[in-house]
Design a protein around this ligand. Structure first.
Ligand SMILES: Cc1cc2nc3c(=O)[nH]c(=O)nc-3n(C[C@H](O)[C@H](O)[C@H](O)COP(=O)(O)O)c2cc1C
Length: 383
């Protein structure tokens, strides 16, 4: 893929401290194995909000997946379903929710919206397109400063101007195979799906105002210009707890809040009507110096108790990392970059392959640990 797209996937906010810390936190945790157990075929299956999964590794919502390989979002959804897990489609994935409506199997939709009109439009479309659960991303009131994107002409920051296209040309020309395979979908995605507050297919200005849908604060006028100087950053998806409670009334299926990093916010999510929270710092792409997710997982698990489920993402690279997260109380984990690289490399079959690698890694870790089932994991398996 062109360097700019690789860096969009691989990069994080500012000095990428949080992004690196996510992985370091897993490395800093050691197991407490039990000998003499003779574990054959450890059980990796569980349920997530009532949906059975054969592997507790979900695919995190990620923008621009339609540009990464011609198999695109549909390929990702099919791979997740073949592997017995749940794909979460991003608002900014590059395809509208309707285009996956006829796909069998569970799937969730992640929601970004700049105001309640956009939120309601997307929620109605999610229901009509048979999405099973809604994931509200709460860590993106504005965009993190991703300096690699700025360096490479920010492929995620707005409409493509002629000068931008000319500056991107060398990167693209160096990757003729990607260009030939992906150009058509990419042009339509980059020009429609990536505008902050303008998810693909949404018509924010034509939605009707109703008494039940008071607007959120509107984005500033220059909401599509990159962050600069001391200017107020444009609002992208500024959900409040009141908005989440309002969404709870509109959406009858399971509701998750993603981007939770404290026990207090986990409780606020549940109070607003969420069924689960996802401990996430957006893969270190939003608030620089946000804590590593594994480090705050116990606080969130403790605050949630039996009121809901806790999922976690950020820095999960090995099956052993999944086992550590589950031992600290996560119901399941989500991966982002690992499956995006797999998608870039080999499309749908690449995504299936990364899930099989994680499944085999997890099973081996469980056998070596002496643990028969993910249901038996708890903090006593960790130092
Ligand atoms: C390229 C890319 C795009 C992303 N786009 C979104 C998005 O549209 N919505 C969202 O809620 N999270 C988004 N995320 C964050 C992921 O859902 C997830 O939280 C993160 O990737 C997990 O960290 P990991 O990449 O270390 O596994 C994105 C992450 C990446 C790498």
């Amino acid at each position: 893929v062109p360097q700019g797209l690789f860096d969009y996937i691989d990069g994080g906010a500012e000095d990428e401290i949080t992004m690196a810390e996510n992985e370091h936190a897993f490395r800093a945790v050691a197991f407490r194995p039990r000998a003499g157990q003779r574990v054959e075929s450890p059980r990796l299956n569980t349920t997530v909000l009532g949906t059975p999964v054969s592997l507790p590794v979900l695919l995190a919502p990620c923008g621009l997946i339609q540009t990464m390989h011609p198999d695109g979002a549909l390929g990702v959804i099919r791979a997740a379903q073949k592997s017995g897990t749940i794909p979460v489609l991003s608002t900014f994935s590059g395809i509208p929710p309707e285009s996956v409506a006829s796909q069998p199997g569970p799937r969730w939709l992640q929601l970004y919206a700049v105001d309640r009109h956009m939120a309601k439009d997307l929620i109605d479309r999610a229901a009509a397109s048979h999405f099973d659960a809604l994931v509200i991303t709460a860590d993106s009131p504005t965009m993190g400063k991703r300096e690699r994107d700025i360096r490479h002409t920010s492929i995620s920051a707005g409409p493509i101007s002629l000068s931008t296209a000319l500056r991107m040309a060398p990167q693209v020309l160096l990757k003729p195979r990607w260009t030939a395979r992906t150009l058509r979908t990419t042009i339509s995605t980059l020009t429609t799906a990536t505008l902050p507050g303008r998810p693909h297919g949404l018509r924010p200005d034509s939605a009707t105002t109703t008494a039940t849908a008071p607007p959120l604060p509107r984005p500033s006028e220059d909401s599509e210009t990159p962050l600069a100087g001391n200017a107020s950053p444009p609002l992208v998806s500024p959900f409040t707890w009141e908005d989440i409670a309002w969404i709870r009334d509109l959406w009858s299926g399971p509701l998750l809040v993603k981007g939770i990093l404290t026990g207090e916010d986990a409780v606020s999510s549940l109070d607003a009507g969420a069924d689960a929270v996802i401990v996430s710092n957006h893969g270190g792409r939003q608030l620089e110096s946000a804590p590593a997710t594994l480090r705050v997982l116990p606080e969130v698990v403790n605050a949630v108790g039996t009121r809901g489920e806790v999922l976690v993402d950020g820095g999960i690279r090995r099956g052993g990392d999944v086992v550590k997260a589950l031992a600290l109380g996560a119901r399941a984990v989500l991966i982002g970059r690992p499956y995006l690289f797999a998608l870039c490399a080999a499309g749908e079959s690449g995504v299936e392959r990364i899930l099989e690698i994680l499944r085999a890694d997890m099973a081996r870790t469980m056998v070596l640990l002496g643990c028969r089932s993910v249901a038996d994991l708890n903090p006593t398996w960790l130092q």
